[in-house]
Design a protein around this ligand. Structure first.
Ligand code: ATP
Length: 254
């Protein structure tokens, strides 16, 4: 992870870090993403919103080649990455905290973080772990605990921490608020904002929790059956009754 740097200044022009151009992808005969265009600029938090089955997780998975796009382009820092193996994409600087967390339940918190950092020079390990623990003090208290015995919120913190151990430039988060209590959701969203502002890491955040997500995002996209149906700044999207109306239930529940 980088030293704290202000990433959003009026003088810094936004350059795309991720560009999807006319992306099509699916599972065998099932087409999920349709001619999808999306841009994430360096330093932004971009929210990817939409109901169940809209294709949000598929979009994130497509970046790692599973599923492989059937057509279109994925550019990371201006270079095409579609068709690259997952480990090569990770090495370029994209990390994914997937839906359902996928931590190693029988391993301790520290061992899970070690796995996250396996692509990185081991001399950085102690300093990077300290940064994760500063972000999520609960993980520090539970460093020797088996991950599977932790609460859902702690496991989500670990999933994000493990992704950060990769020192990513772009962090993909898939529904980090899923199934968590309001207080924990607030802590997680505060941490996501810190990761972006203090560490200078760009974030693409998949959420159904529209108000929370747009509360920390710069911009957002709304997907419906694999197509972008709305795109704009967070405040513009929040002001749209069709965006708020469609998903507000989830936001209130949190
Ligand atoms: P959710 O929040 O429910 O995960 P989502 O917007 O992330 O929704 P996806 O998980 O990307 O949606 O699913 C999009 C569509 O692709 C759905 O119709 C889903 O059934 C289908 N799908 C997802 N994974 C697979 C798979 N491995 N094989 C076949 N179809 C899949």
């Amino acid at each position: 992870m980088k030293a704290p740097t202000p990433v959003r200044s009026a003088t810094t022009p936004a350059a795309p870090i991720l560009e999807l151009r006319k992306l099509n992808a699916g599972y065998g005969p099932v087409k999920v993403l349709h001619d999808l265009d999306l841009v994430v600029n360096a330093g932004e938090i971009v929210a990817l919103l939409g109901a169940n089955g809209a294709g949000k997780s598929t979009l994130l998975r497509t970046l790692f080649g599973r599923p492989r796009p059937t057509s279109g382009q994925i550019l990371f820092e201006g270079q095409p990455i579609e068709g690259m193996p997952a480990h090569a994409v990770a090495k370029r600087g994209i990390a994914h905290a997937p839906e359902g967390r996928r931590i190693m339940p029988k391993m301790t918190v520290l061992e899970n973080l070690q796995i996250g950092g396996h692509l990185i020079d081991p001399t950085h390990f102690a300093a990077d772990v300290d940064k994760v623990f500063a972000l999520f003090p609960r993980l520090a208290e539970r460093r020797k605990q088996r991950a599977g015995t932790m609460s859902g919120g702690e496991q989500q913190m670990l999933a994000i921490g493990r992704a950060l151990m990769q020192r990513p430039k772009l962090l993909l988060l898939d529904e980090p608020s899923l199934g968590l209590a309001p207080l924990i959701i607030r802590q997680i969203f505060d941490a996501i904002r810190d990761i972006n502002v203090r560490e200078g890491i760009t974030v693409l955040l998949v959420e159904q929790n529209v108000v929370q997500a747009l509360g920390i995002a710069d911009r957002g996209y709304v997907l419906q059956t694999g197509r972008v149906v709305h795109a704009g700044t967070a405040s513009d999207l929040l002001a749209m009754p069709e965006v708020r109306g469609a998903y507000l239930e989830g936001a209130i529940a949190s």
